[in-house]
Design a protein around this ligand. Structure first.
Ligand code: ATP
Length: 255
């Protein structure tokens, strides 16, 4: 499905910013790129997989993909030493949503901290992992459903969405990388703050009742007040707004 020459053509001038590698099969593009990052791969290194056999989500969850139906890739970005990329997965969400809009692939919404939604269902996931020993370098993993894989379990199918366009996947990848580069440069200069308004404009749960799920505590019901300049979730309950930075939490719309 992916062709390096076609990706480079679609990237045009941007091509020199990236070093793209295509793998027929790998366990997880994030795992491959983390290893390459530890071995010194430069910022802008990209790994795109036709088949991912053990795609990862947060907290060791699985990301399901199937050859031909999924766009799964990872991008390495090195920030200035001693900076912590706080709010990076939200910034990446902004880039994906804007790129999809620009290529006419439809409007998407964002769910804290790392999901891209279409019609309220999960179209894509983002997994940011920091490179061990170099915490200012991040591997940004992205999984997008082009079509829902035939083998997707019914329960997951019910909560998942697909782009459903027959567009060229090489051009789509190039458009995503181009937008990511622009957003990552903004983020590198000033953090999430300048991207917050764009995130809020696409926020799926603004002022809506939500439930917070955690592996370590009982569910909590409150109202979602968006995110702050650090990308922390602003969660209101009992008349008090709390900032939640932990990624160990899943958010759900509450009835
Ligand atoms: P949630 O999205 O449920 O709030 P999360 O953000 O922690 O939790 P992630 O780690 O981002 O979830 O993604 C993993 C989860 O995404 C899986 O547990 C599964 O429910 C769902 N998932 C896995 N593959 C796909 C897919 N191809 N399309 C949509 N959803 C998927």
């Amino acid at each position: 499905m992916f062709d390096l020459a076609a990706i480079a053509r679609a990237l045009g001038e941007e091509a020199r910013r990236f070093d793209v590698d295509r793998l027929a099969v790998c366990d997880s593009t994030n795992a491959v790129l983390l290893a390459r990052a530890e071995a010194g791969a430069p910022s802008g290194t990209v790994v795109v997989a036709e088949t991912q056999t053990a795609g990862r989500g947060r907290r060791n969850r699985a990301w399901l993909s199937a050859p031909g139906d999924s766009l799964t890739f990872s991008l390495l970005w090195r920030f200035a030493p001693a900076t912590a990329p706080v709010g990076l997965s939200l910034a990446v969400g902004v880039a994906l949503a804007e790129a999809l809009s620009k290529v006419g692939a439809g409007e998407t919404a964002l769910k804290w901290p790392n999901d891209l939604l279409k019609d309220g269902k999960k179209l894509g996931g983002i997994l940011v992992e920091l490179v061990p020993g170099t915490p200012h370098a991040a591997v940004i993993g992205i999984g997008l459903n082009l079509r829902l894989p035939a083998g997707m379990p019914a329960e997951l199918r019910a909560t998942s969405a697909a782009l459903g366009i027959a567009g060229n996947p090489n051009r789509l990848l190039a458009a995503l990388l181009t937008e990511l580069r622009a957003v990552l440069e903004t983020f590198a200069g000033a953090g999430f703050a300048p991207l917050r308004a764009a995130w809020m404009a696409r926020h799926a749960f603004q002022d809506a009742p939500v439930t917070l799920l955690s592996d370590f505590a009982p569910p909590r019901v409150g109202v979602c007040r968006g995110v702050d300049d650090d990308g922390a979730l602003c969660f209101e309950s009992a008349g008090r707004v709390e900032r939640i930075l932990s990624g160990e939490i899943s958010l759900r719309g509450a009835p």
